[in-house]
Ligand binder design. Structure first.
Ligand code: CA
Ligand code: CA
Ligand code: CA
Length: 131
């Protein structure tokens, strides 16, 4: 009997853990409808760009990008004109590309399954998506 109760408790705990792991999409789901749409990704990109442009010169240089958790190779991917700086358009274009990568079923939104496929709880979702 006791083990059975423990079993039930364990199932509840497990369900709770799964539920807790259901993402709020790293806070990106602004309208809280359970999906990420391109406008949410784009809007957040503008803010995240500003937050990480520490020098305030309107672009992200390599140190700023890496300080935010980005890798050197990812910087090169995003800096499509090879200027050595990421400008807002490049940043948003990269976010759009990420969106398309996540949106496996191409319905124009990222659902929880699509999000979880690429995220693990230990990763900072914003870094993973934008940097
Ligand atoms: Ca949403
Ligand atoms: Ca550039
Ligand atoms: Ca989708």
């Amino acid at each position: 009997m006791k083990t059975r109760i423990l079993g039930v408790v364990a199932v509840f705990l497990l369900a709770g853990a799964v539920f807790a792991a259901a993402p709020d999409f790293g806070g990106l789901d602004r309208d809280k409808n359970g999906y990420l749409d391109p406008a949410e990704i784009d809007g957040a990109a503008v803010q995240i760009f500003k937050d990480n442009d520490r020098s305030g010169d309107g672009s992200l240089d390599r140190p700023e990008f890496e300080a935010a958790g980005g890798s050197p190779s990812r910087f090169d991917d995003i800096d499509t004109d090879r200027s050595g700086r990421i400008d807002p358009d490049e940043f948003r274009a990269a976010a759009r590309k990420q969106f398309e990568q996540f949106d496996v079923n191409r319905d124009g939104r990222i659902d929880v399954q699509e999000w979880n496929r690429r995220q693990t709880p230990i990763q900072n979702p914003l870094i993973l998506f934008y940097f």
